[in-house]
Every structure is written in structure tokens, then in C-alpha cells.
Design a protein around this ligand. Structure first.
Ligand SMILES: [Zn+2]
Length: 295
């Protein structure tokens, strides 16, 4: 299994860190988890195209985790020219409604889609790409999932878990991906919580939000919603994961000296490998060896 970090930033604009996105190559499938603004550009930079992606999972519907959903669906539909299966989409409610509001006949992109389906110039391009008229509309296959659900794929399985983030306004999920090529847990956005320790137990890799430096959180509520480095160390140690990948990194902590201090302090409690996430960093599981860093 190969993991590519597509976006390791936050909602804040950054040239170095795009918003959340992760790519998993496993069992012949290309799976995306979260697709925030800029993540799709990183997907292209990683050497992949929208048409190669078969499945997308959303941990929660904060915009920094789903704004490139439109780009994934529309570019996939346009370039795919009806020759690839519809995208399979998994996420918390209201992902089905969001999908309909974006791509439905009365949706945000409804007029664009209609023009591309009906106008002769667009039909010409569609046929040049190998499509056969009449052209179908984009029709992502959406399944709303909740903690405890399981999604089976071709040689892989995703178990949906609970994340501690911004409930009850948004349902917030974490995902565990198991395959015979290894196991990885992506916690979405989350502070420390028992359910996550259980979900991640024994994984090769835990990809976890490391939003801020422990002790700098303004409130306990903020701490419960957004991971800090000492809480992450304790969770990774208790879950018994082999590698902890830190992501969703605020600019305040993403600087020389602070990075080293955070990793050092985590390693006082967690004795596996600690990786400071970077956009386009690639990991190979099992072994969690970094095989390439691009970009
Ligand atoms: Zn969030």
C-alpha cells in the first residue's frame, strides 16, 4: 500500500500546505480520503488523474476537507467520457444532499452540466474522447456512513469510526483502512478520544491532526476538537501504532526548532516513528518507509 499526503495544511491559505487530502493506492484501487482546496492539484502533481480515482471518503464536511469534491467529480466526469464507472462516495450526512445540490439538475453546476450534455461543441469534444451519445450526467454513487459501518473494496476494507471534533454541528468520522498490504488509520480532524485509540489499535500508520502546541489551546473545547502533540503522543502509544504521521499543521508550529521540539516531546512517550507531514510525501506500508518526497 502506498500513501501520498495530498494536503497537510489547515483552512489558512498556504503555498506549502494545501488543505486536507490523502491518497491510498491499495489492491489496484485509488482511494482518496478528504479533498480540501488544493488537494486535487496535489493529486495531479503526484502523477494521478481524477479518472484514476474510484472511491472518495469524507471524514466531515468542513470546507477544508471537501471543497475540491466538485473538481474531482466534474473533471472525472468530463475526462472519463462515460467510459469509467461512477465515483463511489462515502461520508457523513449531508454528503448526499451536498452532492445533489452541486451536481443535480437544479444544482450549482446544473447549467454547466446541461450545456456540456446538450451543446454540439461539447458533444464533439465528448465523442473525441471516446464517449457515445446520449451523454449521461455525472452520477456519483453516494453512501452516507456512520461510526461502526464497514465498506468493503477490492482487497481492502474501511472501518468507519468516531472522531472528536465539532459535533453536534457536524458529524465527524475517522477511517481505518485494512488490507493484506498493511493498515492505516486516518483520524480526520480530532482531538484525543477513546474510540480513536480503539479504531487505530495496532495500525502500521496513524495519520493524525496535530493542529497546535500542547498548552496553547484557548479552551478545553478547542483541545478536544483539535489534536495537540502531547495528546497525540499518548494516543499513538496507547493504540500501539508503528508510525505516527502529523498533519493539519498550523503555520505557528511549522517552523525550525518548534518542529524538532514537538517530535522530540512526542518521542518521550511514543516509541514508534514520528513523521512531520509534508504535501506529496509518500509512505509505503508495511514498514512505513519513505520512498520518495516530491514537490
Ligand atoms: Zn475540521
Amino acid at each position: 500500500m502506498k500513501i501520498t499526503l495530498l494536503g497537510t495544511g489547515t483552512p489558512a491559505p498556504s503555498l506549502e500546505r494545501q488543505s486536507s487530502g490523502y491518497l491510498f493506492e491499495v489492491g489496484g484501487d485509488l482511494i482518496v480520503m478528504d479533498h480540501g482546496p488544493g488537494a486535487h492539484q496535489r493529486l495531479v502533481e503526484s502523477g494521478h488523474r481524477a479518472v484514476d480515482v474510484g472511491h472518495v471518503f469524507f471524514s466531515h464536511l468542513h470546507y477544508d476537507h471537501c471543497m475540491d469534491y466538485s473538481r474531482l467529480v466534474l473533471q472525472r466526469w468530463d475526462m472519463g467520457a462515460d467510459r469509467i464507472p461512477d465515483l463511489k462516495v462515502f461520508g457523513p450526512a449531508p454528503i448526499a444532499r451536498m452532492t445533489d445540490l452541486l451536481f443535480g439538475a437544479d444544482g450549482v453546476y446544473g447549467p454547466d452540466i446541461r450545456a456540456r450534455v446538450e451543446h454540439q461543441s461539447s458533444i464533439d469534444v465528448f465523442e473525441a474522447r471516446g464517449g457515445q451519445t446520449p451523454r449521461k450526467r455525472p452520477a456519483p454513487i453516494v453512501r452516507e456512513v456512520h461510526a461502526g459501518d464497514v465498506v468493503e473494496g477490492n482487497g481492502w476494507k474501511v472501518t468507519v469510526g468516531h472522531a472528536s471534533h465539532v459535533q453536534p454541528q457536524l458529524e465527524c468520522l475517522a477511517f481505518r483502512l485494512d488490507s493484506d498490504q498493511g493498515s492505516v488509520c486516518y483520524s480526520g480532524d480530532s482531538g484525543a478520544c477513546e474510540e480513536l485509540v480503539e479504531l487505530a489499535r495496532g495500525c502500521d500508520v496513524l495519520i493524525h491532526m496535530n493542529h497546535h502546541f500542547s498548552g496553547t489551546e484557548p479552551t478545553e473545547s478547542y483541545r478536544r476538537a483539535c489534536g495537540n502533540h502531547r495528546d497525540n503522543a499518548a494516543m499513538a502509544a496507547r493504540a500501539g501504532v508503528k508510525t505516527l504521521v502529523l498533519t493539519h499543521l498550523l503555520a505557528q508550529i511549522d517552523r525550525p526548532g518548534v518542529r524538532e521540539q514537538i517530535v522530540h516531546e512526542i518521542q518521550q512517550e511514543f516509541h514508534g516513528a514520528v513523521i512531520w507531514g509534508e504535501d506529496l510525501l509518500q509512505l509505503t506500508v508495511p514498514g512505513s518507509a519513505i520512498t520518495a518526497i516530491e514537490g
